[in-house]
Design a protein around this ligand. Structure first.
Ligand code: FES
Length: 110
């Protein structure tokens, strides 16, 4: 399961208002970043085969099953500091996280 903090939910709703109606919020992990994998947030209008959909406080969230394996239990928060605002990720499956927090490493398995 994925958790969204109230601040993250507010920010997603704010961004979503600028999108066409009925867009879905998509969360995925992709290879890259300083620690091997990074979190990719986007808006998408289509649900693909193998996607899982969740309803998080009324926000439809789509995650492909492959990404879900590595982010199950993830908490997404949003905060602002002097360097600007951004989403913050807490992934119980990450074995290491980069300095900015957008990229993480996984245990060797898989
Ligand atoms: S992706 Fe490089 S420090 Fe976070």
């Amino acid at each position: 399961m994925i958790q969204l903090s109230p601040a993250a939910a507010n920010e997603i709703l704010r961004l979503k208002l600028k999108q066409p109606q009925n867009v879905l919020f998509r969360l995925a992990i992709k290879p890259g970043g300083c620690s091997g994998w990074f979190y990719d947030l986007s808006f998408d209008e289509t649900v693909k085969v193998g996607d899982r959909t969740f309803d998080l406080n009324g926000i439809p969230l789509v995650i492909d099953t492959e990404s879900l394996k590595y982010i199950n239990g993830l908490t997404v928060d949003y905060s602002e500091d002097l360097m600007g605002g951004g989403f913050r990720f807490q992934n119980p499956q990450a074995s290491a996280t980069c300095g900015c927090g957008n990229s993480f490493n996984l245990t060797s398995e898989g």
